[in-house]
Design a protein around this ligand. Sequence first.
Ligand SMILES: [Zn+2]
Length: 97
Amino acid sequence: MNDEFDPLCEKCGGTGKCDSGGFQPWGQPIFIECDCVMPTSQPNISTVQQLIADRKRAIRKQERVEKIAQKLKTQQYLEERSAEEALMRSNPNYGRF
Ligand SMILES: [Zn+2]
């Protein structure tokens, strides 16, 4: 068996097998895999953590891009406003009302 289990597990006594409480028709107790058993085919914790870290980094990058886009939008808005104001000021009637 290639599965890994906790040798210090109290539930299964470090065997990786738990008594399910049931019995086979021929009277043999049914043992099931303990919660501590970790099939080696499963992605290991560091791989999962790596994937989560990558995803978080991608989200942060997206947030940065959106923040910059927002900033540029605001800048563009302010420039348009000041251009409009300059246009108004150039109007000979500006300030007469
Ligand atoms: Zn166990």
